[in-house]
Ligand binder design. Structure first.
Ligand SMILES: CC(C)(COP(=O)(O)OP(=O)(O)OC[C@H]1O[C@@H](n2cnc3c(N)ncnc32)[C@H](O)[C@@H]1OP(=O)(O)O)[C@@H](O)C(=O)NCCC(=O)NCCS
Length: 303
């Protein structure tokens, strides 16, 4: 364990034992290959949201019940050509469980919500290491393209668009209201989509309200300042700031062994998501001239 500024917090013993039982049961049911994940998810949600079994809810309140069963709902990612139908079908009920538990006291209560998400992440992500700590209201695109190391923290209200793949290396931290993308659209043709793996290195911090665009590589121990928009890379120990973000400072740090170093990192090749646009998208913009408004203040009329 590294240095932390956090302290342990206890809840009532009865609650703790009920939560422990719930978690063990959830883990056991997920580990059983005979479990129908759609049924499991709707049962847990019926109890957490309405305090009764799914069948009873279906009889009394069919609209409420039907929407708890992931077979009756769609996700935005299901409309993407790039989504693997089979892989998504396996994680879909678990993503539905995750999202909807976040709307309930179970999900809003970190002492229960964080361990529940740890159990679900193990069955959704491509890989997840020790002590994954995910707070409430985090969204994924497909979930199955997430690769997460040890001791990674993701804070509240984060969007992890993993359709093109996201790597979060050991000890990385993603702050509140961050958006991390791994796909991009052509300027001229919206349906021309490129998938780019986005990489956040070891101990890197993506701080509050910042955005990381697809294909960025944030090196080990680097930092993205609050509200920044990253569209390229950050070298090791670098601090990138502004819109668009530029690395203008470095942490004062003794040399360290580096694993993710944007200067030498071997990137996964870009992938095209739509067979109608198989070629790499060329540059499709030019600089505006003075007459066209570059640097000109637009006057909209007299007051
Ligand atoms: C980037 C950051 C670390 C800078 O810290 P610092 O080195 O102590 O910063 P200073 O206040 O001395 O500012 C240094 C320069 O960076 C600029 N700057 C600081 N934060 C900035 C930001 N978010 N966006 C743009 N510029 C910023 C300052 O204006 C200053 O510019 P100047 O040299 O032209 O005057 C900090 O502002 C920040 O964004 N922190 C994020 C919050 C955080 O720690 N979250 C952790 C969650 S896990």
């Amino acid at each position: 364990m590294g240095v932390t500024w956090l302290k342990p917090v206890d809840v009532g013993r009865d609650a703790q034992s009920a939560y422990g039982e719930f978690l063990r049961d959830l883990e056991a049911r997920l580990a059983d290959p005979g479990t129908d994940r759609f049924v499991l998810a709707r049962e847990v949600l019926a109890e957490a949201m309405y305090g009764r079994p799914y069948a009873a809810l279906l009889a009394d309140a069919p609209l409420a019940a039907l929407n708890l069963d992931a077979r009756n709902v769609t996700f935005e990612a299901e409309y993407y050509m790039a989504t693997d139908t089979e892989l998504f079908g396996r994680v879909k009920p678990l993503l539905w469980l995750w999202k909807n538990l976040d709307l309930t006291p179970v999900g809003q209560n970190p002492v229960l919500g964080i361990p529940v998400r740890r159990v679900l992440a193990e069955r959704i992500f491509r890989r997840v290491g020790r002590n994954f700590k995910c707070w409430q209201n985090v969204e994924f695109s497909v979930g199955y393209n997430m690769e997460v190391g040890d001791d990674v923290v993701v804070h509240r209200h984060v969007l992890l668009d993993d359709i093109g793949g996201i790597e979060l290396h050991d000890n990385a931290s993603i702050s509140d209201y961050v958006n991390v993308y791994s796909h991009t659209h052509s300027v001229l043709d919206g349906p021309d989509v490129t998938l780019r793996r986005t990489v956040i290195g070891r101990g890197a911090r993506i701080t509050y309200h910042s955005t990381v665009l697809a294909g960025s590589v944030v090196s080990d121990d680097a930092m993205l300042a609050t509200h920044a928009l990253l569209r390229s890379d950050i070298p090791p120990h670098g601090i990138a700031m502004g819109v668009p973000a530029r690395t203008t400072r470095f942490k004062v740090r003794e040399p360290q062994e580096l694993r993710v170093d944007s200067r030498s990192f071997v990137r996964a090749p870009d992938r095209k998501a739509n067979p109608e646009f198989p070629e790499p998208t060329p540059n499709q913009t030019r600089v505006a001239s003075e007459e066209e408004g570059a640097g000109r203040r637009v006057v909209t009329g007299e007051r």
